[in-house]
Design a protein around this ligand. Structure first.
Ligand code: NI
Length: 266
């Protein structure tokens, strides 16, 4: 059975002590696995790690929560250029993770909220432009910000079929995003009994729009919820999706692997 983990964070400090072990386990269990940058430093580390390991590929980008690494009132052109240079590596297969995240804004003042949203949108749109220039797909993070995410994606048409990672939006939003050329990846949440919304979306989506991810070291699937996550656990996500859709795990593995190979040209 071939499996691909399309989204994890192998340069996270939680892997520092035994990274070689985690990589060996991933190599043994998976066809390919991707590691995502969240800022300039982790993007650089992701690329150099991917260059050392055959089955590992990288995505580079600045995450909405790390947005001040790239944009404040305007985009830091020098940093954007550094990100662009990183994409020259053959092991970079997408720009990401990038997007919008309004989850932690509740305790901020109106003025702060406006400033943060503005910076997130600037960083998001400038990285969408970069992806189009490089003809790369995009891996998008969107949390509590689906309206603005869709509005920006409608205005910035992408050259390549792209991915909404750890999708937690509604079926309605999924329909719109699918029409815009997006696929969706799911992680540990798909294995949680109470995640009714995600299960409903998985039921609705055709299998050829679905991919598997871990978002490791976080979002650990059942039965290991609460422990550190790693790429090989993507098999539990495949199992959950198979049960939700009423198909075999082999079918989920085969189709999601095909989808990931097509999108990221692996
Ligand atoms: Ni992530």
């Amino acid at each position: 059975m071939e499996l691909i983990d399309v989204h994890g964070h192998l340069v996270d400090e939680m892997f520092e002590e035994d990274l070689e072990n985690v990589i060996a386990n991933s190599d043994e269990n998976l066809s390919f696995y991707l590691t995502a940058g969240v800022d300039l430093a982790s993007s650089e580390k992701s690329v150099s790690l991917a260059e050392k390991h055959k089955k590992l590929y990288a995505t580079v980008g600045v995450h909405p929560e790390d947005v001040f690494d790239l944009a404040c009132d305007e985009v830091d052109k020098d940093k954007l250029h550094k990100l662009l240079k990183l994409c020259e590596s053959k092991k970079v297969v997408a720009v990401g993770e990038i997007g919008l995240d309004y989850h932690y804004l509740q305790d901020k003042t109106a003025e702060e909220i406006e400033k943060i949203k503005h910076a997130q949108k600037l960083a998001f749109e400038s990285q969408l432009d970069m992806a189009n220039m490089l003809k790369l797909p995009v891996v998008i993070h969107s949390r509590d910000a689906m309206g603005d995410t869709i509005e920006i994606l409608k205005r910035n048409k992408l050259e390549r079929e792209s991915l909404l990672h750890c999708y937690s939006g509604s079926v309605e939003s999924a329909k719109i995003l699918m029409e815009l050329g997006f696929s969706f990846s799911f992680g540990g949440v798909a294995t949680f009994k109470n995640a009714k919304n995600v299960q409903e979306v998985i039921k609705f989506l055709p299998l050829n729009k679905i991919m598997l991810e871990t978002d490791c070291p976080y979002m650990t699937p059942e039965p290991y919820r609460g422990k550190r996550n790693e790429p090989k656990n993507v098999v539990y996500v495949a199992d959950a999706i198979a049960r939700i859709k009423g198909v075999s795990i082999e079918e989920v593995a085969r189709v999601t692997t095909e989808n990931a190979k097509r999108m990221f040209r692996l």
